[in-house]
Write a protein that binds this ligand. Structure first.
Ligand code: DI6
Ligand code: FE
Length: 400
């Protein structure tokens, strides 16, 4: 057999049904994993490049399945206000919050958006991330939503990383529609979504279903529009209150329901039936000093797959480390390290509709993997502020 590269003398946390393979070998051909398993079983073959892992660990490339990586400005001032006692909802109602980032994003222009997001993306990539989902939602008009999604796609090309773009035009009511949320939803459904979908910029559609954002009825209209365009949906659901968001998402066969701190058992059951992934976002939970924990025990009981992501955004989760989120998912939400690792690999791929091609180390899947200088994969969840990533391969190409 002829391979492009061969990796040996390390251990593989495959995240596939075979689990951990000690003393593994992994062969890459044409950007895909050609073979992975115990080195002793490696078929005869030759590789153009051979890499000695020196006893280190290999995992699938990490997948950050929920980010708002592209935005203008930042909200450090609001951080100070919240430290003095103002709540996130108070600030949003007083005209700060999401709409203040909308103003900065409209100002930035596509070039400015690419430039400011690049630094954040580099930090994620340095920690072994190989797939990033990026949402729009700080433009709230056609031109700026387009600029955000185009910026995200350009970053993917520039850095050789897989970027999935999600249209979150239904994130907040833009200032020019104050008091007329339904008119804005009309614009989203009739103009913004169809235009961006026609331009090929939309991989999925998201909305913020919450008392400070859109009602379940308005959210359903956005999902109906997505369905007409044949686009999968996901939802910011039950983050600050139980508004039935997770159940609504499940009714539309959503890829994921995200945040879900306040989701009750009916919602969890509906998610299980629909195969909807629960995306847990401990960075937002921490930043908002939330106290209501997501129903992890119910997700386990009903077999709802759990993913973990940064939610990188300027308001509620200025997080640029997926490894830190692994730690928080364990310490704050009591996920096991194995569950947390599945949450940034296999289940994160499922939350993006990419389970067939990404998220595990298996023959035929994308050759996206990370090499870690650790004695056990649980260390990826254990250290605070360390980065044991010593190598990343994306699409078969060695990146560091
Ligand atoms: N939920 C969140 O946590 C972010 N968006 C959302 O719908 C917050 C976005 C922001 O405050 O800028
Ligand atoms: Fe979010």
């Amino acid at each position: 057999m002829e391979w492009d590269s061969l990796w040996f003398n390390g251990h593989a946390a495959t995240m596939a049904p075979v689990g951990t393979v000690r003393d593994a070998a992994l062969a890459v051909k044409d950007g895909r994993i050609a073979w992975v398993g115990p080195r002793a079983d490696l078929p005869e073959g030759a590789a153009r490049e051979v890499h000695d892992l020196g006893g280190r660990w290999v995992t699938p490339g990490l997948i950050d399945c929920h980010t708002h990586l592209v935005f203008g400005g930042n909200r450090a001032r609001e951080f100070e206000m919240r430290l003095k006692g103002a709540s996130y909802e108070d600030i949003a109602r007083a005209g700060g919050g999401i709409v203040s980032t909308v103003a900065a994003t409209r100002q930035a222009g596509e070039e400015g958006l690419v430039a400011s997001a690049a630094g954040r993306l580099e930090r994620l990539l340095a920690e072994g991330v190989t797939v990033v989902e990026v949402k729009s939602g700080y433009g709230l008009d056609l031109a700026t939503e387009r600029a955000m999604l185009r910026a995200a796609r350009r970053l993917g090309e520039q850095y050789g990383v897989t970027v999935r773009t999600t249209c979150l035009a239904a994130h907040a009511v833009p200032p020019e529609f104050t008091g007329r949320p339904d008119a804005y939803i009309d614009l989203v459904c009739e103009e913004i979504l169809p235009a961006l979908a026609a331009e090929g910029l939309v991989d999925a559609v998201d909305a913020f279903c919450e008392r400070i954002a859109f009602t379940p009825e308005q959210t359903a209209r956005v999902f109906d529009a997505a369905r007409r365009l044949n686009l999968p949906v996901k939802l910011h659901a039950d983050q600050l209150s139980d508004g039935g968001g997770a159940a609504l998402a499940a009714r539309y066969g959503a890829l994921s329901a995200d945040h879900v701190e306040h989701t009750g058992e009916d919602g969890v059951r509906a998610m299980a039936e629909a195969g909807t992934v629960a995306v847990l976002l401990p960075g937002a939970f921490y930043t908002l000093r939330e106290t209501k924990l997501p129903p992890v025990e119910l997700f386990r009981k009903h077999g709802v797959p759990m993913a973990v992501a940064t939610d990188c955004n300027p308001g509620t989760s200025p997080a640029v480390s997926l490894l830190l989120m692994l730690n928080m998912a364990c310490t704050l939400f009591r996920l096991t390290p194995q569950e947390a690792l599945a949450g940034v690999t296999r289940n994160a791929a499922k939350a993006l509709g990419m389970a067939e091609t990404h998220g595990t180390l298996e023959a035929g899947k994308a050759a996206d993997f990370a090499v870690w200088d650790v004695g056990d994969p649980a260390e990826l969840c254990y250290w605070l502020g360390a980065n044991p990533c010593v190598g990343v391969v994306r699409g078969g190409m060695t990146r560091s």
